[in-house]
Design a protein around this ligand. Structure first.
Ligand code: ZN
Length: 465
C-alpha cells in the first residue's frame, strides 16, 4: 500500500494556521474568560460552560461526533475525525478546568480578563491547560479547514477534573476502551525547558500516600507524673520515621528498591543533557545545600529515582508557652514517589510491614492508605516519539530534550495499562508560566508555534507510524 507522502496537506495546513492567528487568539481569550474552577461548587455552571464552549469550538474546527460525556462530576469532552484509512490514530488528552485564582490581590490584571503584555497572555488557565488544549484543536482545524483532511485519525478526550484529581476520567477510560482505542496518545500539559528549548517528558513518577496514626495512653498525661514510664507517641513516631531513610536519602524499607531497574547509559546521557544551573536552583529553592543520593546526578534524582517524604507531622501541644504532657496521639503523612516497575500497593505494604516491625509494643498503630498511582515510562523509539522530535526540529530548529518528571500524571500510566498506548508528552508551556499561581501566563509565540509543531507532528507520524 502506497501513501502519497508529499501530499498530506501540511503546507495547506500551515498556510491556514498562518492566516488565522487573530481568530485563534480571539478564541483563546473567550475560552479563558470562562472561570472553570473545578474545585469550587459555585463554579459548576462555568465548568459546564467551558465544556460546551470547547465542544462547539471543536465542531467548528471540523471534528465529528463531538459530545459531552457526563460523569459523576464534570463532563468529558470527546470528538474525533476518523477518515484517514490505513493511517494510525492519535488520542489527544488535556483539561479545560483550572485552578482557583486566589489570591486575587496579587494579580496585576483580573484572572478571567485575559491581558496581553509583551509576548504573553495573562489569565488563569492560559498555560495550564486551556491554551495548550486549544492549540491542539487549532492544529487539527488547520488540516481540516486548510487541506480538507487529516493525515492521521484523531480523537480528543478533554476532561474537566484534572485539577481535582481526575477520579471520573479514571473510571471513564476502562468503560470506553473501544471509543478511545488509538495507536498513541498525545498530552500537551507540560513545559519547555526554556524559550525555544522544547522538551519531551518520557517518564513520570508514580505515587503511594499513607497516613500513620500512633496512639499511646488513652488521654494526654502529666509528663511529670507519668514521664519515663509511659511511651510518648510522638517520640515513638519520630524514632520510626528516622529509620525510614538514611542521611543521604536512601530509603531503608526492605524491598523498596527490588524492582527498580538501573538507569541505562543512554538514559543517563539524555537526562544529563538537561542543563540545570545549580546556583540558580539553590537560590530559587533557598535550601543552603543540594542533597540526595550521591551516586545520582540532580537530574536523575529529580525524576528517575524513587523517594520517600514525610509531608506532615501532627501531635501534642503546639500552642503558646509550654504544656507538660505526654500526648496520647501522633500522626504522620507520608508519600513515596515511585519509578516504573515499582508496584505502589506492594511498596505501601512493605512500608506497613516495616513500620509495624519497628513500632514498640508500648504504642498502637493504625494505617490509613491514601491514593496510589503507578509510574509510567514511554518508549523513546516509538515512531510517534520520532515524529514529535522531528516536528520540534522543524519549528524550533533543535531537537527536544528528554526528561523524566518528578511529579505524577496518573492518566499517562492508565492509558498505557488500559488502552495499551504510549504517550507523547510534548507541551508548550514555559518553566516560569506561574501555573497554579497568580499572574499565570502563556508565551504566545509558543501558542502559534505549538499549532505548527502539532501540524508537523501529525504529518510526520502519518509517514513514520
Ligand atoms: Zn494541567
Amino acid at each position: 500500500m502506497f501513501k502519497v507522502l508529499a501530499d498530506v496537506g501540511t503546507d495547506a495546513a500551515i498556510e491556514y494556521a498562518r492566516k488565522h492567528p487573530s481568530d485563534f487568539l480571539a478564541q483563546l481569550r473567550e475560552f479563558l474568560r470562562i472561570p472553570s474552577i473545578s474545585t469550587r461548587k459555585e463554579h459548576d455552571g462555568d465548568v459546564r460552560r467551558a465544556a460546551e464552549w470547547l465542544a462547539q469550538n471543536m465542531r467548528e474546527a471540523g471534528l465529528e461526533n463531538v459530545k459531552l460525556f457526563p460523569t459523576m462530576g464534570h463532563p468529558i469532552v470527546y470528538g474525533d475525525w476518523l477518515h484517514a484509512a490505513d493511517a494510525p490514530t492519535v488520542l489527544f488528552y488535556g483539561h479545560y478546568d483550572v485552578q482557583p485564582a486566589d489570591d486575587l490581590d496579587l494579580w496585576k490584571t483580573p484572572p478571567f480578563e485575559p491581558d496581553i503584555r509583551k509576548e504573553s497572555i495573562y489569565a488563569r488557565g492560559c498555560s495550564d491547560d486551556k491554551g495548550q488544549v486549544l492549540l491542539l484543536v487549532k492544529a487539527v482545524e488547520s488540516f481540516l479547514q486548510g487541506a480538507g483532511s487529516l493525515p492521521v485519525n484523531v480523537k480528543f478526550m478533554i476532561e474537566g477534573e484534572e485539577e481535582t484529581g481526575g477520579e471520573n476520567i479514571a473510571k471513564f477510560i476502562p468503560e470506553k476502551l473501544e471509543l478511545l482505542s488509538a495507536d498513541v496518545a498525545y498530552v500537551a500539559d507540560t513545559a519547555f525547558a526554556d524559550y525555544n528549548r522544547p522538551a519531551i517528558v518520557y517518564g513520570l513518577r508514580g505515587m503511594a500516600a499513607i497516613n500513620i496514626d500512633i496512639e499511646g495512653p488513652r488521654l494526654d498525661l502529666h509528663s511529670g507524673s507519668y514521664g519515663g514510664a509511659i511511651n510518648n507517641p510522638i517520640n515513638a513516631l519520630t524514632h520510626i520515621i528516622a529509620k525510614l531513610k538514611d542521611e543521604d536519602g536512601r530509603v531503608l524499607i526492605p524491598g523498596f528498591y527490588d524492582n527498580v531497574e538501573p538507569l541505562s547509559e543512554r538514559e543517563r546521557t539524555l537526562l544529563n543533557e538537561n542543563e540545570i544551573d545549580i546556583d540558580n536552583w539553590r537560590a530559587w529553592t533557598g535550601a543552603p545545600e543540594l542533597w540526595g543520593e550521591p551516586d545520582f546526578s540532580l537530574q536523575e534524582r529529580l525524576g528517575a529515582r524513587p523517594t520517600l517524604d514525610v509531608n506532615g507531622i501532627i501531635g501534642g501541644y503546639t500552642g503558646e508557652g509550654s504544656k507538660t504532657i505526654i500526648p496520647s496521639k501522633a500522626h504522620a503523612k507520608i508519600t513515596m514517589r515511585l519509578v516504573p516497575q515499582q508496584d505502589p500497593q506492594q511498596v505501601m505494604q512493605n512500608l506497613i510491614d516495616y513500620v509495624t516491625e519497628l513500632a514498640p509494643a508500648s504504642v498502637t498503630l493504625k494505617f490509613e492508605p491514601s491514593h496510589t498511582a503507578p509510574a509510567s515510562i514511554n518508549d523513546l523509539d516509538h515512531p510517534a516519539m520520532k515524529a514529535a522530535a522531528a516536528a520540534c526540529k522543524e519549528i524550533f530548529g533543535r531537537s527536544p530534550l528528554y526528561k523524566r518528571e518528578g511529579g505524577s500524571i496518573p492518566i499517562v500510566g492508565q492509558m498505557q495499562r488500559d488502552l495499551g498506548v504510549e504517550t507523547i508528552l510534548l507541551g508548550f508551556g514555559l518553566p516560569h508560566d506561574r501555573i497554579h499561581a497568580p499572574n499565570e501566563r502563556f508565551h504566545l509565540p509558543n501558542f502559534y508555534n505549538g499549532i505548527e509543531t502539532v501540524v508537523h507532528f501529525l504529518a510526520n507520524y502519518a509517514e513514520l507510524g
